[in-house]
Design a binder for this molecule. Structure first.
Ligand code: ADP
Ligand code: MG
Length: 534
């Protein structure tokens, strides 16, 4: 399925070079009638289609695409590539989440949520499709490597290990079998090097041993065709093992295809996916392993918390919409968070120094005072945040100073419990046309743009997705505790993400939302700064 006829031709050409055909090609042109989801559904139902390759430049109806792709991807592999990847030019200055979300992130997230394997390179897409078309899906990431030349196996090993595959050592039994059957000079390890002089019986002994060995889920074969061995008989043995369909095989065939035509034909007719570079074959196998991981992963559940006060939040939102606000006032923001039981530090919104003193005494010292106005976006940059205020006098001074500094007509003050010492993370959201919201999680605080350590997903978020988001950021080990620090409250952070997902579903008017920072402590979580724009 390719939106562009030209890309379809690129795909056909790639397949043809590998000696494989295309069962059906469909393009919906300018989509005046037939849609991409309709085509994908059709291909999903077509019994002769083993793998679906999709090239899109945009998704007109992402919601339907997601529903259909999910159904089809549960039946057979769907491989996809989205082109037109340029970083979003305009940055929404008001929000971190808006600025950090790149343009076609949503498409990647749709692919991910639907169980589609996504590619960024058309060559990789085509080569992986060739492997999927003939091979069973590996059940795990453990690969056995057989080669008759050293270096290319090293290159392939680097690629596969880099992609998360492992090369388990040979079991005693397999090693004994190989020692018995190979030349004494052969390297009996994983990779197994049968040597350039290795013959058909040697290859066969290796393949049989690794197919029978439970330590391996798939086979990578590197096959150079020296003139001094009978390469056709080696090819026949590879085909014979391939036809048993026990575990997937990919082959890096190092040959001159114009001269070794017999060998090439045997492998092609036998359905062995042959590639022309070690890294290319390794990436095709890695794609199959990645697909198995996607398929085997449990989806988790979308939680609905019954203790939220949707009516209260909706009423607050309605009032803000009626008043024509673009940015919610602090009491509205924290009111909504409280309604969804998102954990916040004790807070009050006040207008005068006297009210602030009283609120601080109620909340309990030490407190923080923050200027609140629609015109003040990054408060601390402008001197609108005073932390660690220990007594009434300090609170009064802070408010008086801010009153002198800011002249905004709607100026108020948020008095908040000071809760130092947590790990600062950011939780955010951004509306996505036709898709609900993007949810973001990452390392937060004032360095969020510098660190750029954030990950995204789409609403509604499942329990598994929430847990994954915590693990996917680069600095994930910090949340688990490094250098003697304790791990943070993961369950609390996940609950924040899940409750936020529910809040966003209930309040679709929210354009962007930042909870930055959310402070993660050892056994609690607390939002200390929040912003919602409409
Ligand atoms: P802004 O992001 O608008 O500059 P914040 O409310 O996020 O303002 O405050 C800036 C920084 O001050 C936060 O990143 C955090 O480090 C610290 N901070 C703010 N409120 C609290 C609080 N209640 N307890 C502890 N630290 C706080
Ligand atoms: Mg902040």
């Amino acid at each position: 399925m390719a939106l562009s006829g030209g890309v379809a031709e690129v795909i056909h050409q790639g397949f043809s070079e590998m000696g494989i055909g295309t069962r059906i090609y469909a393009s919906n042109g300018n989509a005046c009638d037939v849609t991409i989801p309709e085509i994908i559904r059709y291909l999903g139902e077509d019994e002769g289609t083993r793998v679906i390759v999709t090239y899109v430049e945009g998704l007109r109806d992402p919601e339907t695409f997601m529903t259909v792709a999910r159904e089809v991807a549960a039946k057979k592999p769907v491989l996809a590539m989205k082109a037109g990847r340029t970083a979003e030019g305009a940055k929404a200055a008001a929000s971190h989440t808006g600025g950090l979300a790149k343009e076609d992130l949503a498409t990647d997230l749709i692919f991910k949520k639907a169980g589609i394997l996504s590619f960024r390179d058309e060559g990789e897409l085509i080569q992986a499709a060739a492997a999927f078309a003939t091979q069973p899906i590996p059940r795990g990431n453990r690969v056995g490597v057989i080669t008759n030349t050293g270096g290319p196996a090293v290159i392939a090993t680097d690629v596969m290990v880099g992609a998360g595959l492992t090369l388990p050592p040979l079991s005693e039994k397999t090693a004994a079998l190989l020692k018995e059957n190979l030349y004494p000079e052969a390297s009996v390890n994983n990779p197994v090097d049968v040597l350039a002089t290795g013959n058909a019986a040697h290859y066969r002994a290796c393949m049989d041993a690794m197919m029978a060995d439970d330590n391996y889920d798939c086979l990578y074969i590197n096959f150079v065709t020296p003139f001094f061995v009978d390469t056709e008989s080696i090819a026949k043995e590879i085909v014979a093992v391939n036809e048993q369909r026990i575990k997937p095989i990919v082959c890096n065939l190092m040959t001159d295809r114009r001269q070794w035509t017999g060998t090439v034909k045997i492998l092609q007719d036998g359905g062995v996916p042959c590639f022309s570079l070690p890294g290319v074959a390794a990436r095709a196998l890695s794609a199959m392993v990645r697909y198995n991981e996607i398929r085997a992963k449990e989806a988790g559940e979308v939680k609905t918390f019954p203790d939220v006060d949707k009516a209260k939040a909706t009423a607050i939102m309605q009032q803000a919409v009626t008043a024509g606000r673009k940015m919610l006032a602090a009491d509205d923001v924290y009111g909504i968070l409280d309604a969804y039981k998102l954990p916040t530090a004790g807070w009050a919104v006040v207008s005068t120094p006297e009210e602030a003193e009283k609120a601080a005494a109620d909340i309990g010292f030490p407190v923080v005072v923050k200027a609140d106005s629609e015109s003040i976006i990054h408060k601390s940059d402008m001197g609108g945040v005073a932390v660690n205020l220990a007594d009434a006098a300090a609170v009064r001074d802070a408010v008086t100073q801010m009153q002198a500094k800011f002249t905004a007509g709607d100026l108020k003050f948020l008095v908040q419990k000071f809760t130092p010492g947590g790990t600062e993370v950011i939780v955010g959201a951004k509306a996505e046309e036709g898709l609900g919201h993007l949810i973001m999680f990452g390392m937060g605080g004032i360095y969020v743009e510098v660190l750029q350590d954030v990950v995204f997903n789409l609403t509604p978020l499942t329990t598994v997705e929430a847990e994954d988001m915590l693990s996917e950021i680069r600095l994930a080990p910090l949340l688990e505790g490094v250098r003697g620090q304790k791990a943070v409250d993961r369950a609390g952070l996940q609950e924040v993400l899940l409750r936020l997902s529910q809040l966003l579903a209930d309040l679709p008017q929210i354009q962007e939302l930042d909870l930055n920072p959310t402070l993660a402590f050892e056994d609690s979580t607390c939002v200390v700064d929040a912003r919602i724009s409409l």
